[in-house]
Design a protein around this ligand. Sequence first.
Ligand code: SF4
Length: 372
Amino acid sequence: MQILIDDSRLKPVLEKVEARERLSFDDGIALYRSSDILALGYMANLVRERLHGSVTYFNVNRHINPTDVCVASCRLCAFGKRVRDPKAYTMSLEEVWQRAGEGWSEAVTEFHIVGGLHPELTLGWYCEMLRGLKQRFPQVHLKAFTMVEVGYLAQRAKVPVREVLERLRDAGMDSLPGGGAEIFSERVRRIICDHKITGEQWLETARAAHELGLHSNCTILYGHIENEEDRVDHLVKLRELQDETGGFVTFIPLAFHPDNTALRHIPKTTGFADIKNIAVARLMLDNIPHIKAYWIMMTPRMAQIALRFGADDIDGTVVEEKIYHDAGATTSQSLRRAELLQLIRKAGREPVERDTLYRPVTRTETAFTVLV
Ligand code: SF4
């Protein structure tokens, strides 16, 4: 099929995409600098349909944020609170387990567990939390702790990152989410999250997790002070690590939400930028199987559109989202399974419920089975 491309700089990129060739750093820059969103969408959709046809994945999950107390004070963040902040909270172990049980009515297949860097909660406390969850909900996959949280636990316990990962895995952690990567560029990190682990440490922690057989997701945070080079550099670094380990399952582009952060003067991202980031990710990350349009961040409406611009996953029911809502997200804090099905079908895509590792889930009225 002959397609019309307004931006002639994209023609060599299109040829590579059609020939299934890897795109270069410069190709990534050309994609980000182009306003020809339909050409980007055409190419990204070509790759998406090659990999997944019309299938669009979602899951039935529940977020649990055990604490918002955080020592890091990242300027990008509206979630973390100082330990003495009257609005800060820390759940007891019993509260975490009880909160998890509240999602049980929809038979969740995944708990997504992330929180702040608490100065007093120990590695032993987190292991106990995981063991308690596994005991109570043995069928539920525990996707827990960003690379940043793992790095902080290692620093506090004065043990190597690898040992922290082993202890968390042995206590029940099944995989890791992709947050905290932000932008790997040191120049940018110094301004937006200077107390966090470095980009290099994030990648090292992901490498260690993958070597232990733990899968993880990965992310980018765009729409603040980064430039196109920073974004492409970030994607290329993830692609290189994936060539080595094959441990990343899903990439999730995350838009910066400025409300209630120290960077609140930065305008919110546009729908155009959100869609473009999905498309560029699908084109650059040729070795990461899935690209997620996170509806909490993009809104369900934009996430639907993204399913034609490279995304093959729309995330899950979520049930109780705090991090983006503290930063001004106006989306609902949860969607029912039936609503997700409808969103996907109305975009002309075929919904498939998955577990965290993308195995299909089949349900009856009262139970679910993961097809292994
Ligand atoms: S982004 Fe994470 S590490 Fe930084 S302040 Fe917020 S919760 Fe803490």
